[in-house]
Design a protein around this ligand. Structure first.
Ligand code: NAP
Length: 321
């Protein structure tokens, strides 16, 4: 159905989303472009237009008037400027900064190039995207900036040091902006996603952790990293959320007249998150996170049963409830 009987509303909400080739970005673009009221005009952007088939398949060609796909590499200022030029309405009401990449592994073997990519995309890419559309929002005294953030933006996660550093940076950016932007009726919202069933893990920047690089590490770090990988597998298997569930939280933020600075699609990590405030010196958090990640797989003799789900994840959540 073309939905052609539904008239296109006079004043539509213009939404621009980065990183729409897969995962959250793709899902959100599809949901908004398919909205029965046709009240959204979605600019779904991706750095490589050769990847647009998946998105087109999901919307099945019925959304000529609600969806436009644009090239946008958030690390390329020219690409950002060109995409902004192609927004016909000359305004973006809702900007979704979603493009992001992960990096996992012991810090000693994270290559400079991989770390630089993570910061280029997650930090400078997000800053550049906001810089591009912020002046218009301030001028109109209206707008929403929604960020695909992470539980790892609020608390350190072992073997995700560089990824967390980049996501922490975006928290500082947005919290700082929010203080000023409330004067302009511009709302900044960080969606603090937990583990999600997207291509995110498959798309991690490589640390060469399977290759020879790991061999230069001390055996204790290697053992801890292998425990972490088991924990991570169990966590994604037992606690990962469906993208649809998380998209609901993005939609609520888009629909709300005054969305908060932070939204939490999952309460799973809340006990750990709270420890940071309850114990500002950090010791409680470090102890609890260590227990959460390493306790269930501590002894090497236990490693046989870790092919099963991590019992700490399955039965106790973070173990702090
Ligand atoms: N999945 C999780 O467990 C999880 C948890 C917490 C937070 N998040 C955050 O959620 C966001 C979306 O991730 P996802 O789970 O949907 O994973 P995903 O499927 O890997 O999506 C990431 C998207 O970012 C795009 N991207 C990477 N570099 C880019 C660049 N330079 N310019 C423009 N786009 C770029 C990717 O495009 P290409 O296809 O071209 O690489 C892809 O479309 C990320 O910011 C991530 O940090 C995810």
């Amino acid at each position: 159905g073309q939905g052609s009987l539904v008239p296109v509303p006079m004043e539509r909400t213009v939404v621009l989303i980065t990183g729409c080739s897969s995962g959250i970005g793709l899902g959100l673009a599809v949901r908004l472009a398919s909205d029965a009221s046709r009240r959204f005009k979605v600019y779904a952007t991706m750095r490589n237009l050769a990847q647009k088939e998946r998105l087109l398949e999901c919307v099945r060609g019925c959304h000529a008037s609600t969806l436009e796909i644009l090239q946008l590499d958030v690390t390329d200022p020219l690409s950002l400027a060109a995409a902004a030029q192609r927004v016909q309405e000359r305004r973006v009401d809702v900007l979704v900064c979603n493009a992001g990449v992960g990096l996992m592994g012991p810090l000693e073997i994270c290559s400079y190039q991989a770390m630089k990519t993570v910061f280029d995309v997650n930090v400078f890419g997000t800053i550049g995207t906001i810089q591009t559309f912020l002046p218009g929002m301030k001028r109109r005294k209206a707008g929403k900036i929604i960020i695909s953030s992470s539980v790892g933006a609020l608390q350190g996660v072992p073997f995700n040091a560089v990824y967390c550093a980049s996501k922490f940076a975006v928290e500082g950016l947005c919290e700082s902006l929010a203080v000023v932007l409330q004067q302009f009726n511009v709302h900044v919202t960080l969606i603090e996603c937990g583990p999600l069933n997207t291509s995110f893990l498959a798309n991690l920047q490589s640390t060469d952790a399977e290759g020879s690089a790991l061999q230069v590490l001390d055996s204790q770090t290697r053992a801890l990293y292998s425990q972490y990988l088991q924990h991570c597998q169990s966590l994604f298997r037992d606690a990962a959320q469906d993208t649809e569930e998380v998209l609901q939280v993005f939609l609520e933020a888009i629909h709300s007249p005054c969305p908060p600075l932070r939204c939490f699609p999952t309460q799973f990590f809340m006990p750990l998150t709270r420890l940071k405030l309850a114990s500002p010196d950090g010791s409680e958090y470090i102890r609890a996170m260590h227990k959460f990640v390493f306790a269930a797989t501590e002894a090497p003799s236990n490693q046989a049963d870790t092919s099963e789900s991590n019992p700490a994840v399955r039965e106790q959540g973070t173990g702090l409830e």
